[in-house]
Write a protein that binds this ligand. Structure first.
Ligand SMILES: *Cc1c(COP(=O)(O)O)cnc(C)c1O
Length: 398
């Protein structure tokens, strides 16, 4: 799969790029291994009963997660919508067909205010697609037990919980407590774990449905995994007759995701972590003698076994700020796309999880040669908005 000369990009007239941002939809999410790509290609040449393929996926999801059952859909975002819909409709196909216009009596979903995040679109809208209303509980940085218990009622369909670097990381109710409080009122808990490596822990804590992306760390084709309680998985799957139709997954992605899940369990995670650590060390060295720049490895905020290199830029000493540096790196050939959500705080991160062989060195060389000449950089007012408005701007380009 590796393409050190970016031949594929050139063939299509596309700009070569190296992704040190992470598993970003806007960059093509992740790279599949040759065997996952082959599983996808093999499916393209065959007909299959999709229900049979999904039952096979369920077996693989059970093995990987410890869930009672599971199935695959278009994305984690779709998985959240379908999971919430499942908690609203039960097994009644008439109610499935009535969404989103007629959500029925159980039409509320509780979510902590600090979890109302976005990931390219808003979680709240992802839930509202079902017709449910989001009832936010607590304040952005504080959710007490009574906020949760006070919001639960006979109208509550589900309690959604997000595990992610995108959410507020203090003052939130821990997942085990959230599950206890919801279950005491008989409310199922849906966990958005789209970007998490831990395929078993949240279900083991008692979550009723857990949703993962197939195309993030798993390196599968674009897909979402729903795993959990059999009765709820069945209701969620039933949504394919309703609002789930536009979120459908095809045979190619089903077989690609199955292969990715199987491969994940046999992957040499320790060796991958060593290679990622070596890349971080190489980049740190490349930046070591630059005035105004400090680089240090920081662990993933949700405990995924992954560290990133945080590059902190003292704009006064260095001459330009982190936002301008991120933009200059993106204008290099190949473009070096950094993790830029925090540039306004004076730093960005380099994420090694999507590196292809040899790219660690290209990035190190580019970092050193580009950042050695800050006096040639020109700040632009728009640099401030890198990572904030760029998705809207990109949509306006044609
Ligand atoms: C990426 C992400 C999603 C969306 O995942 P897709 O599979 O791309 O739809 C949802 N929630 C969180 C926390 C994410 O990080």
């Amino acid at each position: 799969m590796t393409d050190p000369d970016f031949a594929w990009h050139r063939q299509h007239g596309l700009k070569p790029l190296i992704n040190v941002a992470g598993t970003m939809t806007g960059l093509g999410a992740s790279i599949t291994t040759p065997s996952v790509a082959a599983a996808t290609a093999a499916a393209m040449g065959n007909f299959v009963s999709i229900h049979e393929a999904q039952r096979l996926a369920s077996t693989v999801i059970r093995e990987a997660t410890g869930a009672e059952a599971g199935f695959l859909t278009a994305s984690a975002s779709a998985g959240i919508t379908l999971s919430v819909a499942a908690c609203m409709t039960g097994h009644d196909p008439a109610r499935v067909e009535a969404l989103p216009h007629d959500p029925g009596f159980r039409d509320e979903v509780i979510l902590q205010a600090g979890h109302l995040c976005g990931y390219g679109s808003s979680l709240e809208q992802t839930v509202r697609l079902t017709g449910a209303r989001v009832r936010r509980v607590g304040q952005s940085t504080l959710c007490m037990d009574h906020h949760i218990t006070g919001a639960l009622s006979e109208r509550t369909a589900a309690a959604v919980y997000v595990i992610s670097h995108h959410v507020v990381h203090y003052g939130q109710c821990p997942l085990d407590r959230y599950i206890d409080l919801a279950h005491t009122s008989g409310i199922p808990v849906v966990v958005d774990a789209a970007s998490e490596y831990d395929l078993r822990g949240f279900l083991a804590l008692g979550a009723d449905l857990v949703v993962y992306s197939g195309h993030k760390f798993l390196g599968g084709p674009t897909s979402g995994i729903i795993a959990g309680r059999r009765d709820l998985v069945r209701s969620a799957y039933l949504q394919n007759m309703g609002i789930g139709r536009g979120m459908k997954i095809g045979k190619e992605s089903i077989f690609g995701a199955i292969a990715a899940l199987q491969e994940w369990q046999g992957r040499d995670h320790a060796a991958i972590r060593r290679a990622e650590g070596a890349a971080l060390a190489m980049w740190k060295d490349a930046l070591a003698d630059l005035r105004g720049i400090r680089a240090r490895a920081v662990p993933d905020p949700t405990g995924n076994p992954l560290s990133r290199l945080q590059v902190e830029i003292d704009a006064k000493t260095f001459g330009v700020d982190a936002a301008t540096v991120a933009r200059i790196l993106s204008e290099h050939n190949p473009a070096i796309i950094v993790r830029n959500h925090t540039v306004e705080l004076g730093f960005f991160q380099l994420d090694p999880c999507n590196l292809q062989p040899g790219q660690d060195r290209i990035v190190a060389k580019a970092l050193h040669s580009i950042l050695s000449q800050p006096n040639t950089f020109e700040s632009r007012p728009s640099d401030r908005d890198v990572g904030r408005n760029d998705s809207v701007n990109a949509c306006m380009e044609w």
